[in-house]
Design a protein around this ligand. Sequence first.
Ligand SMILES: NC(=O)c1ccc[n+]([C@@H]2O[C@H](COP(=O)([O-])OP(=O)(O)OC[C@H]3O[C@@H](n4cnc5c(N)ncnc54)[C@H](O)[C@@H]3O)[C@@H](O)[C@H]2O)c1
Length: 288
Amino acid sequence: MNDRLELVGGVAVITGAASGIGLALARQALARRMRLVLADIDAGTLQSARRQLRAGDDEVLLQAVDVSRDAEVQRLADAAYARFGGVQLLCNNAGVGFARLAAEHSAADWEWVLGVNLYGVAHGIRHFLPRMQAAGLPSHVLNTASAAGLVSLPGMAAYNASKQAVVALSETLRAELLAAASPVGVSVLCPAWVPTAIDSSERARPARHGRAAEPSAGSAIYAQVLQQAVRAGRLDADAVAGIAFDAVERRQFYILPHPKIAQALAQRVSAIVDSATPRPATEDSPRP
Ligand SMILES: NC(=O)c1ccc[n+]([C@@H]2O[C@H](COP(=O)([O-])OP(=O)(O)OC[C@H]3O[C@@H](n4cnc5c(N)ncnc54)[C@H](O)[C@@H]3O)[C@@H](O)[C@H]2O)c1
């Protein structure tokens, strides 16, 4: 499919829409006069996001959702279809950051990070895609992975694993949709560092996972690296969201807003192909 995807006037569902890249995706959607279904675990911040967007009542549905919970994502899909009758763009964007040594990730840490970053995307696909396909109209799924989905920075084991799984899930889905000649397309967004609130993701950690243990000195260094790198990110969320929307409209699959990531990925792939010793990624081979 090489023709442009027409989003103007359609309906966009965006998870993690209260902040950062999700809120910026909402601004892009609104600029295309799309109606919005904005979902986030943080209902209060979602209300402020809606005020910032200045969208009218008939244009927006807000839904408090924990995307790691299958039943909540099903309710989101039910609510979106009940309100607007269709979805042209599903942005599986909600995600959490987590930095510490791999051996210091607890079972609860793994469940939280994989639950939001990977299962959240899987639940979105399960509950929206069949309805999008049944509509038989051109539409699209945009999964927010990360540059961490392509190269592995030390200190972020669960995050890297979750994002590499989102890339794999997106690639698999793309092959299936092509084989079925589906009108639904898919893209995977892999930004490096972007200044957002991701370095304070603990705020969105549900009580059932408990609080993260105090990091050891070795782990604390990685948390600092994450914080500094996020804050120093050169492309802001609006720039990343603009690049993502342009790419979706062109039906581009891989979206790498930071060109340096392609170099880091090429090094990784050539090390794999040559069975060479991998060079560790650094925070300057940017990410998460
Ligand atoms: N900021 C970066 O440097 C960067 C880089 C690459 C990829 N990403 C990815 O971009 C996406 C958006 O992150 P961001 O940087 O805008 O961070 P952010 O913290 O500003 O926004 C993330 C949003 O997700 C919400 N959220 C968290 N857990 C949730 C849950 N269980 N259910 C529903 N919503 C939940 C948060 O409340 C928040 O509003 C994430 O998937 C993240 O991994 C971010």
